[in-house]
Write a new protein. Structure first.
Length: 362
């Protein structure tokens, strides 16, 4: 807070007052430039191909009103990198053309007001196949688990169509925090244990789908920035107890908190990040509890059960399916269960909860 000095009457002139208030005003205005709180997204009907119409959603922004928005569509490589502006593609929609074959498409949204401007970039689409008989993605790959050193992440290959048979290879990639640079880390397969060298980075998978007509790449959403709870910090990891310590005195597991991002959900093409916190009936955070998470009815991908980390949390990235309802005044319900590995299905220390996320038309 800026405090104006007190002066004896008659000792402060008009020029001094003007300078003080101008400085205070300038400092306050610098805090009202546009800020992005929910990244832009691209909506389209799978499978993506020539003549598919892409619709850009600007995301959520804050700042001094009024805000104006500018759009720029980008043609990128199969990793969603090395993007170049597409000439005359500056509207809220874009139609895929032959020049986009074997490429991905992204969207830059720039918000401007009297205090400045800022740009945010939408995640890449799936790769546009060069051959219509080559594999084409109908649902993107996903990664679930906690982005914490020592924790195991699980990946799905997504869903694909095209001439059968189709073979799949899952490659793990490490990206910088801004997701402007991603490279394979040499790991393949459906699971990956987060390494100390991943701290400060984001992780994702690149799926190679191949058949007799060609091969196509699919990208998952990235994880949160990887943390190392053993190095101190981590928001409560010191209070977490192992799940093996829960139960002897009659304690049970509780699904304490479930956070959806985005909320409300406005697009089927944007993955939903879900962070779940587990405690016991004594209020202690619990590490190592397995978490089952599924929509009811099933209108999203279902992640592989993963353990809570040293903060008592697990984060999943789920993909809405074509049946996921996007309409105002509606919510989608999810069933959550926290349990200890090896416990009987109808016994043990498990805790369950029903939660929901709102939906809204763009």
């Amino acid at each position: 807070m800026h405090r104006i000095p007190r002066f004896a009457p008659g000792l402060i002139g008009l020029a001094t007052l003007v300078a003080l208030f101008a400085a205070t005003s300038a400092t306050g205005r610098s805090e009202t430039a546009p800020t992005n709180s929910l990244e832009p997204s691209i909506t389209y009907v799978n499978p993506i191909k020539i003549n598919t119409i892409l619709t850009g959603n600007r995301g959520s922004w804050s700042g001094t009103a009024p805000l104006s928005y500018a759009y720029q569509w980008l043609r990128c490589d199969s990793d969603g990198l090395n993007c170049k502006k597409i000439t005359n593609a500056t509207g809220t929609t874009y139609t895929v053309v032959s020049a986009d074959e074997s490429r991905t498409i992204r969207l830059d949204v720039t918000a401007s007001n009297s205090d400045g401007k800022a740009t945010a970039r939408a995640n890449a689409t799936s790769e546009i196949p060069g051959n219509p008989q080559a594999p084409v993605e109908t649902g993107p790959p996903t990664v679930s688990g906690s982005a914490v050193v020592g924790e195991q992440l699980s990946a799905t290959r997504g869903t694909w169509q095209g001439t059968q048979p189709i073979s799949y290879t899952i490659h793990w990639q490490a990206c910088n925090a801004e997701i402007t640079s991603c490279a394979g880390n040499g790991a393949t397969g459906t699971t990956y244990t987060v390494a100390k060298s991943d701290v400060g980075k984001r992780l994702r998978v690149k799926v190679v789908a191949k058949n007799s007509a060609g091969q196509t790449y699919g990208l998952s959403d990235t994880t949160a920035v990887v943390k190392d709870t053993s190095s101190g910090g981590g928001g409560g990891s010191g209070n977490a107890v192992p799940v093996s310590d829960v139960g002897p005195a009659g304690e049970r597991l509780i699904v304490d908190k479930v956070v959806f991002n985005p909320n409300p959900v406005t697009s089927r093409s944007v993955p939903i990040r879900v962070t779940i916190t587990v405690k016991d009936t004594k209020g202690r955070l619990v590490k190592g509890a397995l978490v089952f998470f599924r929509s009811t009815p099933i209108v999203t991908s279902t992640p592989t059960d993963a353990p809570t980390d040293g903060n008592g949390t697990v984060t999943y990235s789920i993909q809405p399916q074509s049946s996921f309802p996007i309409k105002n005044g509606y919510s989608v319900q999810f069933f959550v269960k926290a349990y200890k590995s090896g416990d009987p299905t109808l016994a043990g220390i498990s805790g369950t909860r029903l939660v929901q996320v709102a939906t809204h038309t763009p």
